[in-house]
Design a protein around this ligand. Structure first.
Ligand code: ADP
Length: 161
């Protein structure tokens, strides 16, 4: 049984993440999306909101599960008995830090490997930060994020308008 984790902040989940989730879910038996509790960062969306949006978005994919985690990704993988960590690579700029993290993880536990999916071209520019920025200024986010996320943006930024 091939189990993998896909860790990240998902603040919020975008079509770029979803693309990786769909593709990764086809090559493993179970994919656990790990939503990071990062006490050093103040996220726009609460943990409950982030979980809700990912669950809604991945509802149709039977072998995907969503849960929170705190601390090291490698420990989250071990706790879930997963030997694979999924990450997405957008551009060269992602490469250096991702390689460093993957090598650190592999040196901590050589049984656990990281698999990288290269982004589909149409999402190469897309990050949660970009989506938040576009939504904040009231522009159309329908090509960037799933409808449930667009709704949450609307509530967060433009409720009274
Ligand atoms: P983190 O804070 O850990 O980078 P993110 O939620 O920003 O968490 O990203 C989680 C993972 O998804 C990372 O591996 C990131 O590179 C990948 N990712 C984010 N956006 C995209 C995208 N547009 N295409 C492919 N991968 C992406």
């Amino acid at each position: 049984m091939k189990k993998a984790i896909y860790p990240g902040s998902f603040d919020p989940v975008t079509y770029g993440h979803l693309d990786i989730i769909v593709r990764a879910s086809k090559v493993v038996d179970e994919l656990i999306i790990g939503v990071l509790v990062n006490k050093q960062k103040k996220p726009l969306f609460s943990m409950e909101e982030r979980l809700f949006m990912i669950r809604e978005t991945t509802r149709g994919i039977p072998n995907v599960r969503v849960q929170t985690f705190e601390g090291l990704t490698i420990d989250f993988a071990r706790e879930n008995d997963a030997r694979l960590i999924i990450r997405g690579l957008r551009a060269v700029t992602d490469f250096e830090s991702e390689m460093q993290i993957a090598q650190t993880n592999h040196s901590i536990d050589p049984e656990i490997d990281t698999i990288f999916f290269t982004t589909s071209l149409e999402y190469a520019f897309l990050s949660s930060t970009i989506a938040r920025e576009v939504a904040y200024y009231g522009s159309d986010v329908s090509k960037l994020v799933p409808p449930v996320v667009a709704e949450q943006f609307q509530k967060k930024f433009h409720q009274d308008s």
